[in-house]
Design a protein around this ligand. Structure first.
Ligand code: IFM
Length: 462
């Protein structure tokens, strides 16, 4: 059957630091991740190895990315979501624009378009120019203006090549998991509630910056769509006890509703205002910030879904709940949690009902299960758990679509194995295997599974 080119978009997603490499090529400035991995060696305590994104999967290299685009074409992708390395475009974070950085991203987009694949650009997927990190990073209110300047440079550089932008990827995960863990590693301590309390103001700056960029793009006549990608997870209380139920509601307010309410209602949940107001005296939000958010709703919501979170009340834990070590699910667990496609469907239907049925793209969904799930059989890498995960989640998403959710597309995380942040290269999420020594790419069984789904896309997504 012919591939659906009419509406629903099938894609794959990645992020600059996880795939590009070329960390010092062509005048690129250093990012916080370059410093954290090379100087602070933050991967070691988590992955047990000293690993960096210095080479990653070499996706900055033109010869390499042309091969990669050929593979995307073979898979049948309609779109490819990737992020820009801010310090490749603006090596110092603001001011001087790198002609080489601009040329690289222009050329990469041109090659995608020539292959019939729409480029979808994430502006910020966690790698902040180190020059701005040392100025205070996202805790400094000037970060809103830094980001708006960078977004303008990107939009002007890419012009008509790009008609879908994502301002930020996963505010909660970067600001409330990644950064505090890195701070704890550097300080040799544990993540505390006080540390997390400080992150509230950084998340607020992200939300204001995002609304500001949406306003700027519209004012400049940008005719495409612009949204955010949130890490969303239904919160499942571990028991019927009131304490667990209340803990799950609190987790839902912080992890899910904080950004959703900001994007679609122009305010924050009461629980967030109360908790963060108590933890950080700087967390008093100017009404003008909420007015900016309310006036600049995004065109779409990007949903990054991996798993639901099982929540247990624990007075000693930050915000009074725990979720990582609370998984009663007997099924094989993926790296990012229990395999529950029903939770994806429930999540999408909740967004439809609670947030006015906005256009949604699933901007990330995927899994890794450890080495046992990937075996070489007759020249193919067989990964049945990942293949099954993808089929079942796509089926659940399409059921939600049939139930009226305005679902416009699905992007797998990820096309290639890559650098999984603090876990280094040990956690593979790709549907294409990468030999990190040779950079050889080998499609896995899940690649064929996804290819078959895309080929049948019209019937399934129609
Ligand atoms: O690799 C990450 C990505 O950068 C953000 N979302 C989750 C992925 C898998 O853990």
């Amino acid at each position: 059957m012919a591939k659906d080119r009419t509406g629903f978009r099938w894609g794959a997603a990645s992020a600059a630091y996880q795939v590009e490499g070329g960390w010092q090529l062509d005048g690129k400035g250093l990012s916080n991740w370059d410093v954290w991995t090379n100087i602070d060696r933050v991967t070691e305590p988590v992955s047990g190895k000293f690993e960096t994104g210095n080479v990653a999967i070499n996706a900055y290299d033109r010869t390499q990315y042309l091969d990669d685009i050929a593979l995307m074409k073979r898979l049948g992708l309609d779109c490819y979501r990737f992020s820009l390395a801010w310090s490749r475009l603006l090596p110092d974070g603001t001011g001087r624009v790198s002609a080489a950085g601009v040329a690289h991203y222009q050329r990469f987009c041109d090659e995608l378009i020539a292959a019939g694949i729409e480029p979808i650009v994430t502006l910020f997927h966690w790698d902040l120019p180190q020059a701005l990190q040392t100025e205070g990073g996202w805790h400094d209110r000037r970060s809103i203006d830094w980001f708006r300047e960078y977004a303008r440079v990107a939009r002007e550089a890419l012009g008509e090549r790009v008609s879908k932008y994502i301002t930020f990827n996963e505010p909660f995960i970067d600001l409330f998991l990644m950064e505090p863990m890195i701070a704890a590693i550097k300080e040799g301590g544990a993540v505390t509630e006080a540390m997390l309390g400080r992150q509230g103001i950084a998340l607020h700056h992200w939300m204001v910056a995002s609304a500001g960029v949406i306003a700027d793009f519209r004012a400049a006549g940008f005719a495409g769509e612009i949204g955010l990608a949130l890490p969303l997870m239904p919160m499942v209380p571990e028991s019927g006890d009131t304490a667990d139920t209340e803990a799950a509601e609190r987790a839902d307010a912080i992890i899910n509703r904080w950004c959703l309410d900001a994007m679609f209602k122009g305010r924050y949940p009461d629980a967030v205002m109360e908790i963060f107001g108590r933890l950080d005296p700087d967390f008093c939000i100017d009404d003008a910030d909420f007015a900016l958010m309310a006036a600049n709703h995004p065109d779409f919501l990007g949903v990054n879904f991996y798993a639901p979170a099982y929540i247990r009340s624990d007075a000693a834990a930050p915000f009074g709940y725990r979720w990582f070590d609370t998984n009663p699910d007997p099924e094989p667990q993926a790296f990012n949690g229990p395999v529950r496609p029903d939770a994806l469907r429930a999540l999408l239907e909740r967004i439809r009902d609670d947030y006015g049925n906005p256009p949604i793209y699933i901007t990330e969904n995927g899994a890794g299960f450890g080495p046992g799930d990937e075996v070489m059989e007759r020249g193919q890498i067989v990964d049945p758990l990942r293949a099954d995960y993808l089929s079942r989640h796509i089926a659940a998403a399409l059921e939600a679509k049939r139930d009226g959710v305005d679902l416009r597309g699905y992007m797998v995380w990820s096309l290639f194995d890559n650098f999984e942040w603090l876990f280094g290269y040990a956690r593979r999420f790709g549907i294409v295997h990468v030999d990190f020594e040779t950079q050889k790419r080998t499609p896995k069984l899940s690649f064929e599974t996804y290819r078959a789904i895309i080929t049948k896309g019209l019937a399934q997504a129609g």
